[in-house]
Design a protein around this ligand. Structure first.
Ligand code: HEM
Length: 125
């Protein structure tokens, strides 16, 4: 009779250990899936984080001290560069608040285009 009690006790303990093990494994898998999901959503949001501006917004920045220009579909705030512009003030000011792609491409060497990245704000809508 005593032996029988031991067997029952052993079975109960064994079942309890197996069940606890399964539950823990299941939790780990759930946590792993949640982590993978959340890190992948961070990546998605970072790739779509490009600011866009309409031509109307650009047109509001049309002065010597606040000058935005659109060049090849990208919006630049070149206000800080204006006083140093080698082509003088008059020429560069003509493009403020506008799509200045044609004016820019006509007047500059291809290497000058590399300077634009320093003034990049976002893309044209
Ligand atoms: C409406 C926009 C612009 C116009 C109409 C314009 C016009 C001009 C003109 C007429 C020259 C003199 C070219 C010569 O004498 O050979 C010049 C030179 C220059 N501009 Fe502009 N500019 C504009 C915007 C910009 C911007 C946004 C940058 C830089 C962020 C820039 C950088 C330069 C540089 C580095 C030169 C001398 C080197 C070169 O000819 O490529 N300009 N620009």
């Amino acid at each position: 009779m005593r032996n029988f009690h031991f067997k029952i006790l052993f079975l109960v303990l064994f079942t309890a250990i197996i069940l606890t093990g399964c539950t823990t494994t299941k939790q780990d898998k759930t946590t792993l899936t949640e982590n993978s999901l959340s890190s992948s959503s961070i990546q998605v949001s970072s790739t779509t984080d490009v600011l866009t501006y309409s031509l109307t917004q650009v047109s509001e920045h049309n002065t010597e001290v606040d000058c935005w220009q659109v060049i090849n579909g990208k919006v630049y705030n070149i206000s800080k560069y204006i006083p140093n512009h080698p082509g003088g003030l008059n020429s560069v000011l003509k493009g403020c608040g506008k799509d200045a792609t044609k004016m820019f491409d006509l007047q500059h060497k291809p290497k000058t285009k590399e300077m634009l990245k320093n003034y990049y704000l976002g893309n044209l809508e």
